[in-house]
Write a new protein. Sequence first.
Length: 237
Amino acid sequence: MTDPVRLSKRVAAMVPCSRSEAEKYIEGGWVRVDGVTVEEPQFRVGDEQRVELDCAATTAALEPVTLLLHKPVGIGYEDAISLLLPANRASDDRSGIRSVKRHFTQLERLMPLPSQASGLAVYSQDRRIVRKLTEDAMHLEQELVAEVSGEIAPDGIARLCRGLAFEQRALPPAKVSWQSERRLRFALKGIAPELVEWMCAQVGLQLTALKRIRLGRMPMAGLAPLQWRYLHPGERF
């Protein structure tokens, strides 16, 4: 028996192909060792191990992806990235994207939510999406549902829509309406979600729960808490 060798070397000799092409096959999730997909080119295999290349394998570069997560209450935006696990992928994700380990690396955290808020969270490798949700953040409408207690001031809705100043600066206009007796809908541009609690307090209300259900044109739709899905190629914020 010989010493174990790097998987990329074994694949390059088996196909045959260059070492760089072999690494692309492996990182693309196209290579199995003893029936198990291995995505690390440096993984070492022995002569007795069975190495297979999927019949649909391609060396095409992996496209950057964007992941949409239903963040639960009580976990920070930074920490919520740990929920992006294959087991939490929504079963009705219709993107057609094959999950590989590289999809969960080098993700930018975009449009943050407070830890005590739930709802739509966005993580992306795609520079176009990162630029859109960073440079245009002030112009992107966020829709949030706020559960509240207390009695609203007589002019409360009007003040929430157009009439509050934070740190001596007038807040941008907002669209605020009742969804039910204890639930308000906020549609905000240029106002961070963490200000909603303060806004409610200015009109006599206490915020008890906050959920983001839309970013721009992208609704959270049917994602259950903890679930995530890929942004489809044709979807836009």
